[in-house]
Write a protein of this length. Structure first.
Length: 150
């Protein structure tokens, strides 16, 4: 009897762990797919694909500092503006061989993830959240890469 209870307990534990790993694997794939929809949507000028990646309350932000004055300026863009910019062509003029899209999941805990995208001319840090079962980008902090010297 004790052996049967022990075997059932171990079986339950293993099933729980396996289910958690499947969910985790599925979530990792979904987090990356969301990031790909965002960056590839931009490069392809595909507004529907971009919109599918974004939460409607998205905030995309960057700080630009004038190298001559040292004065910093805060820039903000919402989901609607980003989708409209994508609809107008986005990064579609970037040659395919220059469309960098290195995606790295930096951290994930339950329904929150931080993703880094190294793109052709900038780096994005995405904050994604699982909303109603789907991963959506909530915030983006981005920085331009330095232009190569000529």
């Amino acid at each position: 009897m004790k052996r049967s209870i022990f075997v059932l307990a171990v079986a339950f534990l293993l099933a729980t762990i396996a289910a958690g790993q499947t969910s985790s694997t599925d979530d990792v794939a979904a987090i990356k797919a969301t990031a790909l929809n965002y960056i590839e949507g931009w490069y392809e000028g595909d507004a529907a694909r971009m919109e599918s990646a974004l939460h409607p309350e998205l905030a995309k932000r960057m700080i630009l500092t004038d190298p001559k004055t040292g004065h910093s300026q805060f820039n903000h863009m919402g989901a609607m503006q980003l989708v409209q910019n994508t609809r107008r062509g986005g990064g579609s003029k970037t040659p395919k061989d220059q469309q960098t899209k290195e995606i790295t999941i930096l951290d994930r805990y339950n329904n929150a993830a931080v993703v880094k995208i190294v793109a052709s001319g900038w780096i994005d840090y995405l904050e994604e959240a699982k909303v109603n079962g789907e991963w959506k980008i909530i915030n983006v902090l981005w920085e331009l890469k330095p232009k190569p010297s000529r």
